[in-house]
Ligand binder design. Structure first.
Ligand SMILES: NC(=O)c1ccc[n+]([C@@H]2O[C@H](COP(=O)([O-])OP(=O)(O)OC[C@H]3O[C@@H](n4cnc5c(N)ncnc54)[C@H](O)[C@@H]3O)[C@@H](O)[C@H]2O)c1
Length: 346
């Protein structure tokens, strides 16, 4: 099966800036088909990267010779397009949030099992070099028990990122379903579950729409800021702050407070990981750069997925991992609506 033959469903920003170039640069993978309903969008990319262009994913699944697909269009289509691809016998890498409801996510996991195919979710925060280094350090135990954390992800919003700018699906409730909580919150829920090696048990959230507007000037029907307070199975407490209205420098920082010191991730441009020990010692770690909306760094997502397929080994960031991270943010949205702390089912 070398190289793994990929089809792309959705040829927008993430496909153009990340998945297609990363697959094209991977000798073990090949993009053989691409689809997008916007006339010419897939064809334009096919000219540059090769592959057969389509305007409908069903036609692509029926006609192209594919081993795997990347589902990377609007949120509301993730579940149905993943199910179509699994039914067609393809491995699926689906972008985050993997689905819009728990029922959809469960159906995707069940369909992958039934088809005997892999389902991976594009929760790429785990693969960033600073976060990989942090995980290694936490594992050694040098910092002792984790007590608390704070993590944030704040940028100016998807209008500066999406191929369709302010007219993007990101700002339409029926297609995005979730605002910043689903877009950036799920990244941080996933990162912290993985870094801490614990599940979240409860969440209290304040989620609001403050400033983002649709092209006709109306305030969004979706959230543009969210603040979550969380507790884990082991009693760690922490906060997640996410925003689409940070009009300054992108903020993608995490601080983990432990019994023997504090670890700072993404707080310093030169040193991606800084460890400040309680005894006064300090370690500065140079790691690879952190990806931002304006500067992409290889995400490693499709490379990991290709490796899984070739090795016949289940991806680490599988459907269940995607489900658990989605569950955290869905519960956070329910908490904000109810105005109270809610338990996370796990
Ligand atoms: N992992 C990450 O860091 C990351 C970053 C950005 C976006 N994403 C996710 O990737 C997905 C896509 O986001 P984006 O930034 O590329 O959005 P985008 O607006 O730039 O592109 C979306 C594309 O999907 C296409 N599309 C619409 N309907 C379609 C259909 N029926 N079939 C196929 N394609 C269709 C649109 O025409 C558009 O080209 C979202 O789920 C988003 O959350 C993930």
């Amino acid at each position: 099966m070398m190289p793994v033959k990929f089809g792309i469903i959705g040829c927008g920003a993430i496909a153009q800036r990340r998945h297609i170039p990363e697959l094209a640069g991977n000798p073990d993978a090949k993009v053989v088909a691409l689809c997008d309903p916007v006339p010419g969008r897939a064809a334009e990319l096919a000219k540059k990267f090769g592959g057969q262009p389509f305007t409908c994913h069903k036609e692509m699944l029926a006609e192209a010779d594919l081993d795997a697909v990347v589902v990377c269009g609007p949120n509301w289509l993730h579940a149905s397009q993943t199910l179509d691809a699994l039914k067609a016998g393809k491995h699926v890498l689906v972008e985050k949030p993997m689905a819009c409801t728990r029922a959809e996510a469960k159906a995707m996991i069940a369909a992958a099992k039934k088809a005997g195919k892999f389902l991976m979710v594009g929760q790429n925060q785990r693969l960033m070099s600073a976060h990989q280094k942090a995980k290694q350090i936490l594992k050694t135990g040098v910092l002792g028990k984790v007590l608390t954390f704070r993590t944030s992800f704040k940028h100016p919003g998807p209008d500066g990122w999406s191929v369709d700018g302010a007219k993007s699906w990101f700002f339409r409730k029926n297609e995005a379903v979730m605002g910043v909580t689903g877009d950036l919150g799920v990244h941080k829920a996933d990162l912290m579950r993985w870094l801490l090696g614990q599940e979240f048990t409860s969440v209290s959230a304040v989620i609001t729409a403050l400033d983002k507007r649709t092209p006709d000037g109306k305030i969004l029907q979706l959230d543009d800021n969210a603040y979550l307070l969380l507790k884990t199975t082991g009693g760690i407490v922490g906060s997640v702050e996410i925003s689409w209205t940070n009009y300054g420098m992108e903020d993608n920082m995490t601080v983990i407070y432990c019994q023997k010191g504090v670890m700072y991730l993404g707080t310093d441009r030169e040193y991606g990981v800084i460890v400040q020990y309680r005894n006064g010692n300090k370690e500065l770690h140079k790691v690879g750069e952190m990806s931002t909306n304006t500067k992409q760094v290889g995400s490693g997502v499709s490379t990991a997925f290709t490796r899984s397929i070739l090795a016949g080994k289940k991806p680490e960031i599988d459907g269940m991992e995607g489900y658990r991270s989605l569950d955290v943010i869905l519960t956070a949205m329910e908490s904000a609506k109810a105005g109270k702390t809610l338990k996370i089912a796990n």
